[in-house]
Write a protein that binds this ligand. Structure first.
Ligand SMILES: *Cc1c(COP(=O)(O)O)cnc(C)c1O
Length: 358
């Protein structure tokens, strides 16, 4: 059996839209796509009067090199969010199929599934946010088409061990696609699951330039998978997913000087993460700072609501994660610059001082 047997039959046979850009060979005078012949005002040289290459070769090449895969094993879209959506649409029949997630986790898996009217099977993480492999594997039926694993997990920050990922991969062979979301892996010391793709045709990995690569605004996410899966997803991708300025920004970020800057910032985040975990643990009213392999910390407070408000009043916005299971007393705080992090500590310590006085 092929991994494509898991996909929706009507997607497998779909005749994809063929754009003018895809059909065109090279030429000097391009009169095939109803574009403007003139460059946009104030943006000369950008090339934005022309439709972009659907999958620009230089970007694919740079990302293939970065992730250590062949070009046929990846496709690039508008953030991992788009890849999540396309995977659900390609594999889950509305009203029949299901995905499996492990709350508390990233919200987009369930949102994309619900938009597609696919069921969402929840296998809660353990008290310490570890993956419950046995419970997960017990939920696998023929309706389950996608299993998402988020590592390091958002919002807990915990990674899934390599052995567990491989165990799930083995168990899902011929049954479902395993999607490993590695949005934060650059901040961790864990090995990537990309290496599994060569051995398991039903394993896919999501990577993004939004976090460690400082390009959240450019919306560049990469799906890495077996070439058959990539081919399937390319069929249902919008014709021009990558805006020209975003491709330029991505290529700049992936240049040697861009890579140097990213590595430096990742090192600062790791160092500040350790510093903040220590410092926050010493603040009165902090119950626990969860260990994190990502660029944020989930922090439990005696009164998370009051802390949220106090930070807000000081102009600091953090993420209220109290609606997530097992995090009812927690806020998620992204690691900022050392100055920004110091400000967070200053506000929290001020709060403590007020309390002690009162
Ligand atoms: C931020 C985040 C993403 C989204 O990434 P984009 O590439 O910006 O769409 C994906 N997965 C997780 C777990 C995230 O936290």
């Amino acid at each position: 059996m092929s991994v494509l047997d898991l996909a929706r039959p009507e997607i497998r046979t779909l005749q994809p839209y063929s754009s003018a850009r895809m059909e065109a060979g090279g030429g000097q005078i391009m009169l095939n796509a109803n574009e403007s012949a003139w460059e946009p005002a104030g943006d000369a040289g950008s090339g934005c009067n022309r439709y972009p290459d659907p999958q620009p070769a230089p970007l694919l090449q740079a990302l293939a090199k970065l992730y250590g895969v062949q070009r046929e094993q990846l496709c690039v879209g508008r953030g991992s969010d788009e890849a999540i959506d396309l995977l659900v649409r390609a594999f889950c029949r509305a009203g029949q199929d299901a995905i499996v997630i492990q709350p508390p986790t990233f919200g987009m898996y369930a949102v994309s599934a619900r938009i597609q009217n696919a069921a969402v099977i929840e296998v809660p993480l353990a008290q310490d946010f570890a993956l419950d492999c046995d419970a997960l594997l017990a939920t696998i039926t023929s309706a389950v088409k996608l299993v998402f694993l988020c590592t390091p997990n958002n919002p807990s920050g915990k990674s899934i061990g390599r052995d567990d990922i491989e165990r799930v991969a083995q168990a899902l062979a011929g049954k479902a696609l395993l999607v490993v979301d590695e949005a934060y892996i650059e901040f961790s010391e864990q090995p990537s699951a990309i290496e599994l793709i060569g051995r398991y045709e039903h394993v896919a990995v999501l990577r993004t330039l939004s976090k460690a690569w400082a390009l959240a605004g450019a919306r560049i996410g990469t799906l890495i998978a077996h070439p058959d899966v990539i081919g399937l997803i390319r069929r249902i991708m919008p014709p021009y997913p990558l805006p020209t300025p975003c491709v330029a920004a991505a290529l700049a970020a992936l240049s040697p000087s861009g890579q140097l800057a990213a590595r430096e910032h990742i090192a600062v985040v790791r160092e500040q993460r350790a510093f903040m975990r220590n410092a926050l643990s010493a603040v009165l009213g902090v119950r626990e700072v969860l260990p994190s392999d990502a660029n944020f910390l989930a922090v439990r407070f005696d009164d998370a609501g009051a802390v949220y408000q106090r930070l807000q009043q000081a102009g600091i916005v953090v993420r209220d994660v109290r609606r997530y299971p097992n995090l009812q007393d927690a806020l998620r705080i992204t690691i900022g610059t050392p100055e920004e992090n110091a400000k967070v500590l200053a506000v929290l310590n001020e709060m403590t001082a007020d309390k002690v006085q009162a």
